[in-house]
Design a protein around this ligand. Sequence first.
Ligand SMILES: Cc1cc2nc3c(=O)[nH]c(=O)nc-3n(C[C@H](O)[C@H](O)[C@H](O)COP(=O)(O)O)c2cc1C
Length: 217
Amino acid sequence: MMEPSEDPGLFEIISTTRAMRRLKPDPVPDALIVRILQAGLCAPSGGNAQAWRFLVIKDAEIKTRVQAFYQRAFDEKVGPAYAVNPPPPGVSPEQHRRQHAAVAHLTRHFHEAPVWIVACLIHGRARPNRGSGASIYPAVQNMLLAARALGLGATLTSRHLLYEREAEEALGLPEGVHSYAILPIGYPMGRFGPVRRAPLTQVTYLDRWEESYPAAG
Ligand SMILES: Cc1cc2nc3c(=O)[nH]c(=O)nc-3n(C[C@H](O)[C@H](O)[C@H](O)COP(=O)(O)O)c2cc1C
């Protein structure tokens, strides 16, 4: 499935890569997962160290064990926060309500996504810092864009980190290796559509902080 056009260009892919939280359980061919992973490999990392590791998970038992922590974190923290927090910039109350419903749906069905890619980084003895995240999330974003380009839905999730020790144990990560995101991937139930964000003018300055950048619109 390629929507809204059959062969979207890069900018259309970027502007329609949104969290796709309602996924079909149908299997995803390994060849597509490999293309997604290859896109991840093209990302930059500090010093080109490539300390990333990508754990592809199809095992239902492992997914189910991790989902229990993902669900618990939702029930205890994320769900209640949604009820009281205002909509994010550029998002209407109705869109916010629908997003909450989609988040709750993904939470319940997390383990039913046919494939997960767990994006990990080898820390070794080093303490994580800004460079750590910056050396794995570009790969994550490349993979999200690649999934979208292939007609697959995915979401960047990290809520399992609220139960980091338990979830990483269930994932079988060795000492010194940590997870930064779990991407549940599958064929989407819904359609791809434009992301919603605050306008560029609100977040962009020229030369001095809070001085408007007229070219932004
Ligand atoms: C660091 C980070 C962690 C996230 N964790 C989760 C998560 O655990 N579960 C989830 O459903 N979405 C998660 N998201 C997705 C965001 O909620 C989503 O990107 C944001 O709401 C914008 O959605 P959109 O791209 O569909 O407009 C995460 C995103 C980021 C960047």
